[in-house]
Design a protein around this ligand. Sequence first.
Ligand code: F6R
Length: 236
Amino acid sequence: MKFITTDSYDKLSRMAADLIAAQVIIKPDCVLGLATGSSPLGTYANLAKKCADGDVDFSHVTSVNLDEYAGLDGTNDQSYRYFMDTNLFSKINICPEKTHVPNGCADDLASEGARYDELIASLGGIDLQLLGIGLDGHIGFNEPDEFFTKETHEVELDPSTIEANARFFASKDDVPTKAITMGMMSIMQAKKILLIANGANKKDILDKAFNGPITPMVPASILQLHSDVTVIYSEN
Ligand code: F6R
């Protein structure tokens, strides 16, 4: 595991974008696993700039996102599909039909999970998975639990996750309580993992995840078993 500490969110974002751009340059038809949340916003802005400058071509890239809120469709401005379209996909030359986000509005989220796992398998898996980390150690929406879940599945969001994500909604009551998330299998089978985290409040959970015991109560701790993980952290 490589743990890179930098002194600003701006530098973290540029480094993360450089690593993703390098992946696309080395393998133009790669599969990128993508995340939402506040952490990747700067990374996505840097990737958009690289694309506009003609330094990276996303036209052969396929993307698979980690998760989506249950019950929100892509027209809802709080959905992760909307987030991705707004913050990245509309700003780079990726083919819209090659961008995938789990369907949080599927009638049966279990079947949607199976469909999503088959899709990822049919693409040959993920070349580089970008992750953030929740204050409770979640990756994707894999919340602390008694076991790790392999497949893409429906989850009940942890109260601390609802609290943390309330900043994006009009009120805490508007935050969906359920979501669908990629499971640990697709994440752990990604050839490379890039986890980004910023803010002093992420320090403790990073320490638990990467220096503590591997336990489903700290979902990100499973990454200790992956052979190619890069973490970029900035306290500011
Ligand atoms: C979002 C996701 C989540 C976030 C995590 C950190 O797609 O998978 O695991 O990465 O909640 O969120 P931020 O970056 O907002 O602190």
